[in-house]
Write a protein that binds this ligand. Structure first.
Ligand code: AAO
Length: 458
C-alpha cells in the first residue's frame, strides 16, 4: 500500500505546482455520499421535491439533470427526448422548467446537501435541418441554414464547416480523428471551439450555472471536441459558489467519451480535463449477468482496471444511460435496463457494492416499446406528457414508488439500499472474495460490509 500512496501524493503535488489538481475529479458531493442519480427528463420542480423528500434522507450525493438550456422544439417526430440535445441558446428555459424554477431547484437541493450536475451540450447547436423561426423553448429566433443564433449570438463564422473534410459535412468514419472532431455529429452544427469567442460564450454559460450553485458538468459529446479545446474552456471557469462549497473548489467534470476499443480516440486523452464515462463497464457487466459468451460472475474477481477499464479515479460508471437504454449511443444489446428488472437490480447492486469508479444510478420513464426487425421504432418518445406537450409531474404512490409512468429505479428498495451500503463502506478495501467457479460470488468491503450474489439457477 505505502508506495502507491506516496506515488499518488507525489503526482498530486506535481499537479498542484502546475495548478491543476484533483478538483476536476472530485465529485464535489458531501463526504459520505458516494452516488448520483440521473433524473432523466424530470421537471425542476419535481427534482427540488425529490432532493428534499427522498435523495437527501437516503444519502444520494447529487443529481444529473437533463440539459437546462434552450433547445429546438421538434414536431416530427413529436417532441422527442433528443430535441434537448439541439441547443438554440444558453437561456435557461426548457420542458423541465424556466430559470426561476431552475434556481429554486439548485438552491433547495444544495440546502439539503444534494448537488446538481448539469448535462452541458457545448459541442454543437441544433441539426442542420432544424429550419428557421422561433420554434424553440424560450421562443428565441434562429436559422439553422444560415447558422444564425442571435440569442447567443453565434453566426456562420463560429462553426467548423471549413475545417471538416468529409464529403457530406457529417462524421462518416470514426476511424478518422479529425472527422470525428471537426465534422457534424448526426448533422448537428459543429461549433468552432478553437475560437476564443466561442470558448468564451460557452464558458459564460457554464459560469452562469456555477454562480447559481451547480457542482459540475457532464460534457456531452466530448469525443467530438479536441481535448485541448475542452481544456481551454475549463480554464475559464470560476470556482464553485461559496454559499455551498468551500473556497477554491472547481466544478467536477465528467466527459462523455464512448471508448469501447476499436477506434483511435480513447478516453485517456481526456484525463487532463477530468473524469470520463467508462462505457465498457455497463456493456461488460450486462454480458456477464446475462451469462452471454460463457461469461460468469466468478470472472468479476478482478473487475475494474483488470478488465481494461480506465483508472478508477478517472471513471464515471453506470449500468445503462439515457441513450443505450433505448438503443442510441453505444454498448449494444447486452445493456441491462429496468425492462429486465431482476437482472438489472443485480447489476446495479454489484456496481454499488464494488469500489471501482464514481457511480451514477439511472432513473427513467416508461415508453411504449415497439420492435420492428429488432429495432425499437419508439426509441424517440419523450417523457410522460399531456397532450399540450407539457411534462407530467412525478407522482408518488402510497408504497413510495412513482406514478405517471416514471420508473424511479432509484426508489426500488434494492437499489436505494445499495446506495446506502456504498456510503457505509466508502473507503473500505475490496476484500475476502469468494466464488463457486460459476455464478455465485461474495466479497467484503473491509470490516464494514459483505455482500453475496447468486446468479446460478440454484
Ligand atoms: C437526432 C436524430 C438524427 C438527426 C439529428 C439532427 O436522431 O437522426 O440527424 O437529430 O437532426 C441525441 C440522440 C440523437 C439525436 C441527437 C440530437 O441520441 O439520435 O439526433 O440527440 O437531437 C455518438 C456520440 C455520442 C452521442 C451518441 C448518441 O459519440 O456523443 O452518438 N451521445 C450524446 C448524448 C445523446 C445526444 C448527443 C450526444 C448529441 O448522450 O443523447 O444525441 O448531443 C459509435 C461511436 C460512438 C457513437 C455511436 C453512435 O459507437 O463509437 O461515439 O456515439 O457510434 O453513433 C459498437 C461500437 C461503438 C459504436 C456502436 C454504434 O457498439 O463498439 O463504438 O457500435 O455504432
Amino acid at each position: 500500500m505505502q508506495p502507491i500512496t506516496e506515488h499518488r501524493m507525489g503526482i498530486c503535488f506535481l499537479l498542484l505546482i502546475v495548478g491543476f489538481c484533483w478538483a476536476q475529479y472530485n465529485p464535489n458531493a458531501l463526504s459520505g455520499r458516494t452516488s448520483i442519480v440521473h433524473l432523466f427528463e424530470w421537471r425542476w420542480a419535481d427534482i427540488a421535491l425529490e432532493c428534499e423528500r427522498y435523495l437527501a434522507p437516503n444519502g444520494f450525493g447529487g443529481v444529473q439533470i437533463s440539459p437546462p438550456n434552450e433547445n429546438v422544439i421538434i414536431t416530427d417526430p413529436w417532441q422527442p427526448w433528443w430535441e434537448r440535445y439541439q441547443p438554440v441558446s444558453y437561456k435557461l428555459c426548457t420542458r423541465s422548467g424556466n430559470e426561476t424554477e431552475f434556481r429554486d431547484m439548485v438552491t433547495r437541493c444544495n440546502d439539503v446537501g444534494v448537488h446538481v450536475y448539469v448535462d452541458a451540450v457545448i459541442n454543437h447547436m441544433c441539426g442542420a435541418n432544424a429550419g428557421a423561426g422561433n420554434h424553440a423553448t424560450c421562443r428565441s429566433y434562429f436559422n439553422a441554414k444560415t447558422e444564425d443564433f442571435p440569442a447567443v449570438p453565434y453566426s456562420a463564422l463560429d462553426f467548423n464547416d471549413a475545417k471538416c473534410k468529409s464529403r457530406s459535412g457529417n462524421i462518416e468514419n470514426y476511424q478518422d480523428v479529425s472527422q470525428v472532431r471537426n465534422c457534424r455529429l448526426v448533422s448537428l452544427l459543429d461549433l468552432a471551439l478553437e475560437k476564443d469567442y466561442v470558448r468564451s460564450k460557452v464558458a459564460e454559460y457554464l459560469n452562469y450555472l456555477i454562480d447559481i450553485g451547480v457542482a459540475g458538468f457532464r460534457i456531452d459529446a466530448a469525443k467530438h471536441m479536441w481535448p485541448e479545446d475542452v481544456k481551454a474552456i475549463l480554464e475559464k471557469l470560476k470556482d464553485l459558489n461559496t454559499k455551498w462549497f468551500s473556497a477554491g473548489t472547481k466544478p467536477v467534470i465528467y466527459q462523455e467519451v464512448i471508448d469501447l476499443g476499436g477506434e483511435p480516440i480513447t478516453g485517456s486523452e481526456y484525463f487532463g480535463n477530468g473524469r470520463v464515462t467508462e462505457f465498457k463497464y455497463g456493456a461488460k457487466l450486462g454480458t456477464v449477468i446475462r451469462k452471454w459468451n460463457g461469461e460468469k460472475l466468478s470472472y468479476l474477481k478482478n473487475w475494474g482496471e483488470g478488465w481494461g477499464f480506465v483508472p478508477s479515479d478517472r471513471a464515471l460508471v453506470f449500468v445503462d444511460n439515457h441513450d443505450n437504454q433505448r438503443g442510441h449511443g453505444a454498448g449494444g444489446a447486452s445493456i441491462l435496463t429496468f425492462w429486465d428488472a431482476r437482472l438489472y437490480k443485480m447489476a446495479v447492486g454489484f456496481m454499488l457494492a464494488h469500489p471501482y469508479g464514481f457511480t451514477r444510478v439511472m432513473s427513467s420513464y416508461r415508453w411504449p416499446r415497439s420492435f420492428v426487425n429488432g429495432q425499437d421504432v419508439n426509441d424517440w418518445i419523450g417523457p410522460p406528457s399531456y397532450s399540450d406537450g407539457t411534462t407530467k409531474p412525478v407522482t408518488i404512490n402510497a408504497d413510495t414508488t412513482c406514478g405517471n409512468d416514471w420508473v424511479c429505479e432509484h426508489r426500488w428498495h434494492e437499489i436505494r439500499n445499495m446506495v446506502v451500503f456504498r456510503n457505509v463502506v466508502d473507503g473500505q478495501p475490496f476484500s475476502n472474495w469468494w466464488d463457486n467457479g460459476s455464478n455465485q460470488v461474495a466479497f467484503g468491503r473491509g470490516s464494514k460490509g459483505f455482500i453475496v450474489f447468486n446468479n446460478d439457477d440454484w
